[in-house]
Design a protein around this ligand. Structure first.
Ligand code: GAL
Length: 680
């Protein structure tokens, strides 16, 4: 008896010493399961964050093994947890859930502590056994659990953080949080009643092509338009402000546009350059994919075009109404409206019955003063399994021109299968295997050159938008295949992780941006988006300001991806700030690059015409950045400038960069966008 007591006392003493050494508060040490926290704070690619269930609301199953507890999420996903110094360790089993077996799913699980990667699973695929994560959290204040898309950008990633739990000390609680909880707030000043012309300052057209340019202007209606110095062959409708006709002779024509209403008159110079190059400023418009995906129809496209007019967006220079995938007939769908003969006997494409007469749709859109675009793939199938252009490129280019289309998005999709001689009828093989061949220059260029040449043979200017996710450094050769823009990355989603990942990947291609050649970091994810089932963008308001500011700084094509009939005031404020749009449409055509990083603030600088600069102070951190900035040398300009806040459209100071400092306060995941104009 005595011996046992001595042993017990000795064991207790050892426990006290050891636990003292590793810092466990003996009274309150406890296990906190991740699923006990509020998981709704997570942002993720699709669906809602789930407690103890998978994305499809089932029991977690990773490579045949089941787990009762955890956090089920869809990539790309991020969950932030304030540990407050209370956690000792975190452990979990991670893996892709078996419920998406058969799909090409791949993701990486990453655990980030105070901005540093503590653990990562490496890329995991369906069928991989769960990987065990154990991280020591001593001293860590904030933890982020991230699931990336594993670099493949597909949609089937059902990711499980199974049996995830913390060992904690002390009495403090762990809390998940939403890092940027700002309410939507409107910065763009109200439109004035006086006329203001907002269309681009420069417009390119090829000799002989049909010409259409709208004098986009805000201000009270009725408004009448004028154009001094219009070259022969062009005429302006003074009521609508639409200039049409065609030019036979190459040359540069300086025109003075005018807009007049009861409140006043506005003038603006327009330089028409008739020559080889088109899309001299980044295309601005709408694309059906991010809201309708496979649900698109002619009716929805017309309604989007109507909404472009009704919302007033047309008055700010928004022009293209682009139909993405699913205007063609489909290989796999059970929907009768997508089933039908792909082509006629001469190889000319037959649109599906949702679209029918493409020419009348194009006429409808043109009559509104807008332009129209469509989509295809160089492979036998598009990414959605509709018929592609392979083998019928000539007929397709002819059809697009005959129908009156102005823009083609040409998407790699199944083309890799052509190169690799793989069966072309497996929808899921398409996304992963099809990259093969895209990474070798000759095979990467070939299909885009074929279509590029056929487009150039048409008596119509068709903006050519390459979509192959940046393979083989497309920005280096896109121009040589007649491309006007090229996607630089995989598909965007309305998550911070997606937008941030894309932004950080843009500097590599920036030097290739010029009039007629635009880097395309994918479409805008503001407003109601959702690929067939829309929801308000999951980006926080500050993140949306950052998104629009950066796409303007990058001189990216601006393609609205939301349901045009559901645009709210906040989204309109993001899309109608003419001074922000002017940065995007600047005639020099340069892209911003990140010239300085101060902790998590990245400073992007875009050179504008007339020796002005647009500067985006972009905060990628989780805290407000408050600093006094003076390193103008690093931004490449010096002297006396007027500093204007573009979102607020207000001069905020004058500055001599040699002497003064500029106080800058940027919200977390937010932006301050300034223009520096030299003072005489
Ligand atoms: C993807 C493309 C998307 C969309 C989709 C249509 O490859 O990146 O933007 O066009 O195909 O199936």
């Amino acid at each position: 008896m005595k011996e046992t007591n001595i042993l017990k006392i000795a064991a207790f003493a050892v426990y006290i010493i050891v636990s003292g050494l590793i810092g466990i508060d003996n009274a309150t040490a406890q296990t906190v399961w991740l699923d006990e926290l509020d998981l709704s704070a997570a942002t993720q690619g699709y669906g809602t964050p789930r407690k103890n269930k998978t994305v499809d609301n089932k029991t977690f199953t990773i490579a045949g093994k089941t787990y009762e507890r955890g956090f089920g999420t869809h990539s790309v996903s991020s969950l932030l947890i304030i540990l407050g110094g209370n956690a000792l360790s975190f452990s979990t089993k991670v893996g892709m859930d078996d419920e998406v077996a058969g799909h090409q799913s791949a993701s990486e699980f990453v655990v980030i502590g105070d901005g540093k990667t503590l653990w990562s699973s490496g890329v995991m695929r369906i069928g991989d056994s769960a990987r065990t994560c154990f991280v020591n959290l001593a001293g860590v204040k904030k933890l982020e659990l991230v699931v990336t898309d594993g670099g493949n950008g597909n949609y089937y990633d059902h990711a499980d953080w199974a049996n995830a739990k913390f060992e904690t000390k002390g009495t403090g609680t762990l809390k998940t949080y939403n890092p940027i909880a700002s309410e939507p707030y409107i910065l763009t000043p109200k439109e004035k009643a006086e006329p203001r012309i907002n269309s681009a300052k420069i417009f390119g057209v090829r000799p002989g092509s049909s010409f259409q340019f709208l004098v986009a202007a805000t201000g009270d209606r009725p408004m009448t338009f004028s154009a001094k110095g219009l070259p022969k062959g062009l005429k302006l409708d003074p009521q609508t402000g639409i200039i049409t006709g065609s030019l036979t002779k190459a040359g540069t024509y300086e025109v003075t546009l005018g807009a007049k209403n009861a409140k006043g008159v506005a003038e603006k110079k327009l330089r028409i350059v008739c020559g080889d190059r088109i899309a001299l400023t980044p295309p601005m418009g709408w694309n059906s994919w991010n809201c309708f995906a496979q649900e698109v129809s002619a009716d929805k496209v017309k309604r989007a075009a109507d909404a472009m007019v009704k919302s007033g967006l047309i008055n700010h220079g928004w022009t293209y109404i682009n139909i993405d995938d699913f205007w063609e007939n489909n290989r796999d769908s059970k929907d009768p409206s997508l089933r039908g003969k792909f082509r006629d006997d001469a190889g000319y494409i037959i649109p599906n019955t949702r679209f029918g007469d493409m020419k009348s749709l194009a006429d409808y859109v043109h009559n509104l003063g807008l332009k129209i675009g469509l989509y295809s793939s160089p492979g036998p199938w598009t990414c959605g399994g509709c018929v592609g252009s392979f083998g019928c490129e000539k007929q397709d280019a002819e059809s697009y021109a005959k129908w009156g289309f102005d823009y083609l998005k040409y998407d790699w999709c199944s083309y890799g299968n052509v190169i690799n001689g793989l069966p072309d009828n497996d929808p899921y093989k398409v996304s992963s295997l099809s990259y093969n061949g895209g990474n070798q220059l000759a095979t990467a260029m070939k299909p885009f050159k074929i279509m590029g040449d056929y487009l150039r043979q048409q008596p119509r200017d068709i903006v050519y938008s390459l979509c192959q996710y940046g393979m083989s450094d497309v920005w280096k050769w896109g121009d040589s295949v007649n491309g006007n823009s090229w996607r630089t990355t995989n598909d965007i989603t309305d998550t911070w992780a997606s937008v941030k990942g894309i932004v950080l990947d843009q500097d590599k291609s920036a030097a290739y941006s010029k009039p007629g050649n635009w880097n395309d970091p994918d479409m805008l994810v503001v407003g109601h988006v959702g690929w067939g089932n829309t929801h308000p963008s999951k980006l926080k308001p500050d993140e949306q300001y950052l998104h629009i500011s950066l796409w303007s700084l990058f001189a990216s094509p601006l393609l609205i991806g939301c349901d045009m009939e559901k645009i709210d005031d906040f989204t309109l404020n993001l899309l109608t700030n003419d001074e922000v749009i002017e940065v995007n449409q600047d005639p020099l055509g340069k892209s911003a690059t990140c010239l300085q990083t101060i902790r998590e603030m990245r400073i992007y600088v875009k050179e504008l015409e007339n020796k002005s600069y647009a500067v985006g102070f972009c905060n990628f951190g989780l805290e407000i950045a408050d600093l006094s900035f003076k390193d103008f040398d690093k931004l490449g300009f010096n002297g006396k400038f007027t500093v204007r806040d573009l979102w607020r459209q207000k001069d905020i100071s004058t500055i001599d960069t040699q002497k003064a400092q500029l106080g800058i306060k940027v919200p977390a995941h937010g932006v301050v966008l300034y223009k520096f104009t030299p003072r005489k």
